[in-house]
Design a protein around this ligand. Structure first.
Ligand SMILES: NC(=O)c1ccc[n+]([C@@H]2O[C@H](COP(=O)([O-])OP(=O)(O)OC[C@H]3O[C@@H](n4cnc5c(N)ncnc54)[C@H](OP(=O)(O)O)[C@@H]3O)[C@@H](O)[C@H]2O)c1
Length: 238
């Protein structure tokens, strides 16, 4: 039997690495993309360097991936919420042009460029899946607290792009399922500064979050394409 082929984009992150490890342990053919060196468990043969802020590097990575075949699943697990010296805004008065641009580059424009080069790599003869890691805070109807202006709006814009790409790809590859996922609050570099008010029960370890999301990814329906799903399979309204 031929192995299913999976690409994990952002394999150096907590969630990306847990996805890569899961699929490797389950005998998938796994290709990883990240900015730095491959994690220890990943051989350099399964790894391509890229930077979300460099379109040429995304195009080169896609050309390399295409030379290895077409794919059953492509998962984008990159993202940023804070930078070394900048934290999510509590008020509009803290908006900062550079931080705003950085957050949009990584959370919105980068994944859109990944889609530009990697959506054509999905298999067409079987059901294939393209997953964007999004976040519940990108939901406008679910926004009760405000704040985190750049991050929230970058994920809301990403959710619009997911819907747009799903509509467009449906015309040429009706077997493709394109959707976003909210992983829950997961222990990672991204969430580290914001964990103190999260109970242990609600702070997922990356392996647990990935196990939950994989169940949802396996069971995703045709009618879910273009939507954002939470780790428990529920739909997150726009
Ligand atoms: N953790 C949570 O509680 C939580 C909640 C909701 C949604 N999410 C979403 O889940 C996704 C994964 O987050 P995580 O918690 O796993 O965060 P993480 O551990 O901080 O991982 C972030 C990943 O993004 C990559 N990245 C950042 N800038 C990049 C660039 N310019 N080029 C290429 N890669 C870049 C990082 O690469 P480097 O290692 O090279 O920096 C790393 O692989 C994100 O989209 C996040 O918004 C997370």
């Amino acid at each position: 039997m031929t192995k299913e082929k999976v690409i994990i984009i952002g394999s150096s992150g907590a969630i990306g690495e847990a996805f890569a490890q899961h699929y490797m342990q389950h005998d998938y053919d796994v290709l990883c993309l990240s900015r730095g060196e491959p994690p220890k468990a990943i051989s350099s043969l399964q790894h391509i360097n890229f930077d979300l802020e460099n379109e040429d590097s995304i195009a080169n990575a896609a050309a390399h991936a295409q030379s290895l075949g077409s794919y059953d699943k492509i998962i984008i697990a990159t993202g940023v919420l804070h930078a070394e010296d900048s934290f999510p805004e509590k008020t509009f008065k803290q908006l900062d042009q550079k931080f705003f641009q950085k957050i949009f580059n990584i959370n919105t424009i980068g994944p859109a460029l990944i889609a530009k080069y990697f959506l054509p790599l999905l298999k067409r003869d079987v059901i294939s899946k393209f997953v964007f890691l999004s976040a519940r805070v990108g939901s406008i109807s679910d926004n009760r607290l405000g704040g985190w202006h750049a991050y929230r709006s970058s994920k809301a814009a990403l959710n619009m792009l997911i819907k747009n790409f799903a509509i467009e790809v449906q015309r040429t590859n009706p077997n493709a399922r394109i959707f976003g996922m909210h992983p829950g609050t997961v222990d990672s570099k991204l969430s580290k500064p914001f964990q103190k008010n999260v109970s242990d029960k609600k702070l997922f370890q990356p392996t647990f979050a990935v196990q939950q999301m994989i169940k949802v990814i396996e069971e995703v329906r045709e009618s879910d394409t273009g939507k954002v799903l939470a780790y428990d399979g529920s739909i997150i309204e726009s």
